[in-house]
Design a protein around this ligand. Structure first.
Ligand SMILES: Cc1ncc(COP(=O)(O)O)c(C=O)c1O
Length: 278
C-alpha cells in the first residue's frame, strides 16, 4: 500500500495529478530510509536533510518531524513491516500541481508520497565486495540537494551496469566525487580520503557516520578532493549509503583494488557500523 497526498492507495490506483511539478520539472525532494529490525534508522538525520533540501528549493514543508514520522510508521504497519523486518522506506515531496510554468507558483501545496517494502541487507556483497566503473559525472552543480532530478545518476548507473559493474564511481574532469547513489572513500596508507561535503556531492548520512566511526577507531580522515590517478593507487575503496552500508569495492574498470580482496580498514569500519544498527 502506498501513501499519496493524504490517501492510502493500492498499487494500480490513480492518485497523482498529471501537472504535478514532480513530473514536469523533477521539482521535488526525497529521502530513502533504512529500517532495521522493524525500526527506522537515523530518522532525525534524514528529516534534517529533507528539511535542508526543501529550504534550498524554497519549498515549505507543512509537516513537522513527528507528523512525518507518524505517517512513516502507519505506512510500515499497513505493509506488515515491524518486529524483526529489514526494509526500506521512501518518501518524496513535490511542489505539487500548477499550470505549467518554470518559476515557482505562488500558492504551493506540496504533495507527499511514500512507500515501504521489505528489503534484506546485501550480506553477500558486503562480504565479497563489488566491482565499480569510472564514469564522467554529468550531473548538475547542486548535488547536495536530494532532488528528484536523478537522470544523470540513472545514466551513470546504467553505464556501470552495461560494463558489468555494480556501481559507478563519478569523476568531474578527473576529480573523483562520489558514486551514482553512494559516497566513496579511498584508503591509502591507513588514511581515509573522501570528497568534501560541498555542492558537488550528496552529504551522505552513512558518510558522516563512517567519519565519526573512523575517529573513534583513531583513523585519520581527509575530506579533500582527489583524482582518478590516486584512486587507482588506493589500498582500499568503499562506498557508503543507506542501502549499501559500508560496501567494499574490489575492482575498478576490471583492475583490482589493492590486494583485490576486502581490506582491513574497510572490515573494521563494517564491524563498527554493524554495531550502530544493532
Ligand atoms: C548521490 C548519492 N550520494 C550519496 C548517497 C548516500 O547517502 P546516504 O548515506 O545518506 O544514504 C546517496 C544515497 O542515496 C546518493 O544518492
Amino acid at each position: 500500500m502506498y501513501y499519496v497526498d493524504g490517501k492510502w492507495i493500492e498499487p494500480g490506483e490513480a492518485a497523482v495529478h498529471p501537472e504535478d511539478r514532480g513530473y514536469q520539472f523533477g521539482d521535488g525532494i526525497y529521502e530513502v530510509f533504512r529500517i532495521y529490525q522493524g525500526k527506522i534508522y537515523q530518522w532525525d538525520s534524514h528529516f534534517a536533510r529533507l528539511q535542508r533540501s526543501a529550504n534550498e528549493l524554497q519549498l515549505a514543508l507543512p509537516w513537522t518531524n513527528s507528523e512525518l514520522k507518524a505517517i512513516a510508521e502507519q505506512l510500515m504497519e499497513k505493509n506488515g513491516i515491524g518486529g524483526s523486518d529489514d526494509a526500506i522506506l521512501y518518501m518524496q515531496v513535490t511542489r505539487g500541481a500548477a499550470p505549467r510554468q518554470h518559476e515557482y507558483p505562488d500558492n504551493q501545496r506540496p504533495v507527499l508520497s511514500a512507500f515501504a517494502r521489505h528489503k534484506e541487507r546485501p550480506h553477500a556483497e558486503l562480504k565479497s565486495g563489488i566491482s565499480a566503473a569510472l564514469v564522467p559525472d554529468i550531473r548538475w552543480l547542486r548535488c547536495d540537494i536530494k532532488s528528484l532530478n536523478l537522470l544523470g545518476a540513472a545514466m551513470a548507473k546504467q553505464q556501470a551496469k552495461q560494463s558489468g559493474a555494480f556501481e559507478a564511481i563519478l569523476h568531474r574532469d578527473g576529480i573523483v566525487t562520489e558514486g551514482s547513489a553512494s559516497n566513496l572513500f579511498a584508503v591509502k596508507d591507513g588514511v581515509l580520503h573522501t570528497h568534501p561535503a560541498n555542492h558537488l556531492i550528496l552529504h551522505g548520512i552513512t558518510r558522516q557516520i563512517v567519519i565519526e566511526l573512523a575517529q573513534t577507531l583513531s583513523l585519520e580522515v581527509r575530506e579533500k578532493a582527489f583524482r582518478t590517478e590516486f584512486l587507482r593507487q588506493a589500498d582500499e575503496l568503499f562506498f557508503t549509503g543507506t542501502t549499501v552500508e559500508v560496501m567494499p569495492v574490489i575492482s575498478v574498470d576490471g583492475q583490482q583494488v589493492g590486494s583485490g580482496r576486502v581490506g582491513e580498514v574497510t572490515r573494521k569500519l563494517q564491524v563498527a557500523f554493524e554495531a550502530t544498527i544493532a
